[in-house]
Structure formats: structure tokens, C-alpha cells
Design a protein around this ligand. Structure first.
Ligand code: HEM
Length: 151
């Protein structure tokens, strides 16, 4: 499979309405976004995650901008869109193509594991009920493995 095809897999796509690629219907995705509390929940998730990144000796130097705020905003908008919220991410950035957008960075097993550690803490801190906790976590863990681009 080419990187281009990989970049289009649902794990990192925006799953636009009517694309027919997703496991669940658009209505179910929208209800997931709403069921977990909408935008404030995704903002809390990403804020907690980036608080961890800010102190991480491996991850922090990977971020090109001095201010992590814009990177946090991009991840927040992507995740909101992925889970059925507004499509603000793609309106501003176009198709996610996340593997392609991570190509300039060395995402090896160590970087992936550090990313997963901070995200695990952030997801746990939300205290979501099941099945939402597991759905969110399983997706993020899978997506992190999928983003590795360096042995
Ligand atoms: C596996 C370890 C990962 C590492 C080390 C990593 C690192 C990075 C870095 C350094 C950036 C550039 C910061 C910026 O300017 O936006 C970035 C961007 C981004 N990452 Fe990751 N990332 C990882 C996994 C993921 C995963 C699993 C997702 C999605 C579930 C994700 C979503 C994003 C998004 C949406 C952007 C902004 C893309 C854009 O619009 O330019 N990343 N990541």
C-alpha cells in the first residue's frame, strides 16, 4: 500500500458526510461528539495532553513553533471533526492526510510511546463513561501506531 493510500484510511481521515467509509453512521458520529460533551471535552483532552508534551524531553523539541498553542488548536479541531463535530479543521487545513503531515518529523517507537503516555493520561482524566472511554482510547492508540514513520 502506498503512503498516499494509507493517508486516506479512516483512522486519520475526516470521514466527511456521505463518504461511506466509516464503520458507524454520520448520525452516530455526531452523537458521539455530543455524548462526550462536545467541544469543551475535546479542549480539555488536548490541553491536558499538551501540558504533558510541554514537559517531555523527547516530544517538546519536535514541535517547530515556540508556542504550543497553535499545534494544540490543530489537534483539537481535527479530533472534534473526526468524532462528528464541526468541520472547522478541514475548512482551514484541507484534507487531514496526517501521515503526510507527520513526514517531516521522526516518529519512531520512542516518540509514539511518549505520545501515547501523555494521551493516556489525558483520556483517563476526562473520566468518560463506557463505551465512550474505550472508543476514544482505542482510536487514539491505533492512530498513534499508524503514525510511526521511522524504525
Ligand atoms: C505517534 C506520535 C506522534 C507524534 C510524535 C506527533 C507529533 C506531531 C508534531 C511534531 C506535529 C507538528 C505540530 C504542529 O505544528 O501542528 C504534529 C501535528 C499534528 N498531529 Fe501529531 N504526532 C503524533 C501522533 C498523532 C496522532 C495519533 C494524531 C491524530 C489522532 C495526530 C494529529 C496531529 C494533527 C491533527 C496535527 C496538525 C496537522 C496540521 O494540520 O498541520 N498526531 N504532530
Amino acid at each position: 500500500m502506498s503512503d498516499q493510500q494509507r493517508a486516506d484510511l479512516p483512522v486519520t481521515s475526516s470521514r466527511p458526510a456521505g463518504s461511506g467509509r466509516s464503520r458507524v453512521s454520520d448520525a452516530e458520529e455526531t452523537s458521539f461528539f455530543l455524548a462526550v460533551g462536545g467541544e469543551p471535552t475535546f479542549r480539555r483532552l488536548v490541553d491536558t495532553f499538551y501540558a504533558g508534551v510541554a514537559t517531555d524531553p523527547l516530544l517538546r523539541p519536535m514541535y517547530p513553533e515556540e508556542d504550543l498553542g497553535p499545534a494544540a488548536e490543530r489537534l483539537t479541531l481535527f479530533l472534534m471533526q473526526y468524532w462528528g463535530g464541526p468541520s472547522t479543521y478541514s475548512d482551514a487545513r484541507g484534507h487531514p492526510r496526517l501521515r503526510m503531515r507527520h513526514a517531516p518529523f521522526t516518529v519512531d517507537a520512542a516518540a509514539r510511546d511518549a505520545w501515547i503516555k501523555h494521551m493516556r493520561h489525558a483520556v483517563d482524566a476526562l473520566g468518560l463513561p463506557e463505551p465512550h472511554h474505550s472508543a476514544l482510547w482505542d482510536y487514539l492508540e491505533r492512530a498513534a501506531h499508524f503514525m510511526v514513520n521511522t524504525d
